[in-house]
Design a binder for this molecule. Structure first.
Ligand SMILES: NC(=O)c1ccc[n+]([C@@H]2O[C@H](COP(=O)([O-])OP(=O)(O)OC[C@H]3O[C@@H](n4cnc5c(N)ncnc54)[C@H](O)[C@@H]3O)[C@@H](O)[C@H]2O)c1
Length: 321
């Protein structure tokens, strides 16, 4: 398979995505691009030294010219918050960086329409603007969204119930951030609804002592804060979550993943990118699903939509984008 992936932004996240793609033999050619070309040189050398232990894969120092026949372009580039800088200032700065990157990509596309996968935060807002700048179809530009948060949810449940995380099917949806929500009403363990499973679980008595759903969800929502406080960045789980999305695209798997994509009227909303379970294959997002939500979930989802829309509007109103 002559698959070609370009990763733009080769910091902690971009380099770990390259490593995960490499050791899982997902892509044949991986091109790394960053404004810090010395760092890229070092990462390419280091990654190439893995070659005796992995299947055939070529890691290259790339340029935007490499986008011309890429299957997927992954964007992880972004600026970090500086002392005294507000979140909104940082967001505006990162939208500008995204515009610069997408303009470069556009100039270098040939006849191909690659999938552009956004990882940089805030991922929902940056996906909305990346799509707008790219002028590509909605299906082709989407973000990693709550794929990572959903794996955190599955881990937390598996840890508490002592069940293999692979037997837990459930999603976090909404913003990749503070307004996200867990879809408890559709979550299943071994085909059983969460509450039904709980009633038969040997850990049930212990869990009854506290609101276990709330406890688990707080751990999910605060995971990134905890990791960043301890080590300064998150990289491993986003590396594998991104690899999972890439596998679904390159393998045309029609996998259901909660990526952040531009809504086309789902639950009555348009004009933003947000996570819902989506069918993902070689053409990108094939379909956005609309699971039945409980009243509480619906209210939380509406709140998440409004939060994202407000941040989009603030940046659209200043006329720059
Ligand atoms: N979506 C998710 O689930 C998720 C998870 C973890 C991190 N992230 C986000 O990923 C992004 C990267 O995180 P990180 O820890 O790797 O940061 P980092 O600072 O280590 O890396 C960012 C890289 O972007 C590069 N860069 C900046 N401007 C650029 C430009 N114009 N063109 C090319 N490269 C440019 C920098 O040189 C740097 O190497 C952040 O926005 C972070 O919040 C998202």
């Amino acid at each position: 398979m002559q698959s070609k992936i370009v990763i733009i932004g080769v910091g902690s996240v971009g380099s770990t995505i390259a490593y995960a793609l490499m050791i899982k033999s997902v892509a044949r050619h991986i091109y790394l691009v960053d404004i810090n070309s010395t760092k890229v040189k070092g990462e390419v050398l280091d990654l190439n030294h893995c070659k005796p232990y992995v299947s055939a894969v070529e890691i290259h120092q790339g340029t935007y010219l490499d986008c011309k026949d890429a299957d997927i372009i992954i964007i992880t580039a972004g600026a970090k918050q500086k002392p005294g800088e507000t979140r909104v200032d940082l967001l505006t700065k990162n939208i500008k960086i995204m515009k610069g990157i997408v303009d470069e990509i556009k100039q270098n596309l040939f006849k191909n329409q690659p999938v552009i996968l956004i990882i940089s935060n805030p991922v929902d807002i940056l996906t909305f603007f990346a799509h707008k700048f790219s002028e590509l179809p909605k299906s082709k530009v989407f973000g990693s969204g709550t794929v990572l948060d959903s794996s955190r949810l599955r881990f937390e449940i598996s840890n508490h119930c002592k069940i293999n995380a692979k037997n837990i099917h459930g999603y976090v949806i909404g913003e990749h951030g503070d307004t996200e929500l867990a879809l408890w009403s559709t979550l299943t363990i071994g085909g059983m609804k969460f509450d039904e499973f709980c009633s038969q679980c040997v850990h049930n008595a212990e869990h009854k002592k506290r609101n276990i759903k709330d406890f688990i969800f707080q751990n999910v929502k605060n995971a990134a804060y905890q990791i960043i406080e301890a080590k300064g960045y998150t990289n491993f789980a986003i590396g594998l979550s991104t690899t999972r999305i890439v596998e679904a695209i390159l393998g045309n798997q029609h996998s259901i993943l909660p990526v952040s994509s531009i809504l086309t009227g789902e639950y009555g909303y348009t004009g933003l990118s947000i996570s819902l379970p989506c069918i993902v294959g070689s053409s990108g997002v094939e379909k956005i699903l609309e699971p039945s939500l409980s009243n509480e979930e619906h209210q939380k989802f509406n709140k998440s939509v409004l939060h994202i829309k407000k941040l989009i509007e603030i940046n659209e109103e200043n006329g720059e984008f």
